[in-house]
Structures are given as C-alpha cells and as structure tokens.
Design a protein around this ligand. Structure first.
Ligand code: URA
Length: 211
C-alpha cells in the first residue's frame, strides 16, 4: 500500500549509524553520540520545506539579498524521556527552535496513555511542530501526544522517530493521516512485550545506561 505520509530516510550514513546503534555491544556513550549525529541527519530531511525569507546583507565585496530560514517558528516537542536524545542533535542544527516536553506513560491496567507532564512554548498557534521520539512502537503514546498538540492548533505537525513498527505506522496513519512521519526504518514487528523487532532495545535505557 502507498503511504504518502511516511518518509523512510534511506541515506547510507543514516542506515550505517542506525546499524551501529542496534548492536547490543554499543555502549551508552557511543549510542548517544550516534543518536546525536543521526538526529542531525533526520533534522536535515524533516526541515526540507522550511520557509526562507530574503534579507539584505553586506558581504566583504557587495550588498546583496540572501535567504535565511524562519526557524524561530519551529517547535521541537520531545516525548519524555527518550525523545530528549533526538532533541539534542536537532537543536545543534536548529539552535533557534523552541522546545516543548510531553510526558506520557501507558497505564499498566487500562493500557491507555496517561499524561504526567506538559510544557510548551507560548503562541503554539503560530508554530510548526516537530514531535520526536526514537521508537514508534504501538503508536499509542505518539497518537496521544499528537492529539494533545493538535488541541493547541499549531500551523503544522510532523513526527520523527528512528525506528517504527508497522503497527505504529498504521495507527498514526489511521488516527492522524495529516501528520507526516519520518523514520530511518520500519522494522519487522512488535513482540509480545511491545518491543520493536529487531529494534535496538529500550531506547531510554540505552541512551542513559539505566539497565
Ligand atoms: N520503546 C523502546 O524504547 N523500544 C522499543 O522497542 C519499543 C518501545
């Protein structure tokens, strides 16, 4: 099936770095470095349509007009806690972007997403939003985060992850067909514990060395 809302970033550097991140023996320090680099490459892809405005500048040779990106309107929203790993790399490339955080966990009894933290910049109605989370697994947290951000009526929303499951991609396409998804890979499946297979394990634990 054609999925116009889905972009798989197949650049060789993206794929190479993702393979190193998948490897069990890659330590947290290296994992974080690779995630930073990969996030910059994904940021490059997801900001392709960022609007440019012309400004007047003086070069050492002459006056001219030249384009600058309108990145101040851009808001990066991290789904805690693993989203912060992507945030760091993206902010290096787009330092003037604003940042929001959303904390959501899945209630073990009801399996519904529960929000425990929500902090966004002002004027969200004037902003283009990029939501980041390394793993799009069941898609429930991502769909809940997108719905919450939609309430604030931003100009646009995109979703960026490193690895998606087919189930997560389908859920976002069904619940939020207007939100383009960018990923480095759509893996084989989800296992019975909700982990992506082959995946890279628990992204938060691998970033922060908590396991
Ligand atoms: N979250 C993770 O960190 N890894 C998975 O495989 C699924 C969800």
């Amino acid at each position: 099936m054609k999925q116009p809302h889905l972009t798989i970033v197949k650049h060789p550097l993206v794929q190479h770095k993702l393979t190193l991140m998948r490897m069990e023996q890659t330590p947290s320090s290296e994992f974080r470095r690779l995630l930073r680099e990969l996030s910059m490459l994904l940021a490059y892809e997801v900001t392709r349509d960022l609007p440019l405005t012309q400004i007047e500048i003086q070069t050492p040779v002459t006056k001219t007009t030249a384009p600058v990106a309108e990145a101040k309107k851009l808001t990066l929203v991290s789904i805690l806690r693993a989203g912060n790993g992507i945030l760091d790399g993206m902010l290096e490339l787009i330092p003037s972007a604003r940042v929001g955080h959303i904390g959501i966990y899945r209630d073990p009894q009801t399996l519904t997403p529960v929000e425990y933290y929500f902090k966004m910049p002002p004027d969200m109605g004037q902003r283009d939003v990029i939501i980041v989370d390394p793993m799009l697994a069941t898609g429930n947290s991502a769909a809940a985060a997108i719905a919450r951000i939609k309430d604030l009526k931003p100009l646009s929303i995109k979703f960026v992850c490193l690895i998606a499951s087919p189930e997560g991609v389908d859920l976002l396409r069904d619940e939020h067909p207007d939100v383009p998804v960018f990923t480095a890979s759509v893996d084989e499946k989800l296992n019975e514990h909700g982990y992506i297979v082959p995946g890279l394990g628990d992204a938060g634990d691998r970033i922060y060395g908590t396991k």
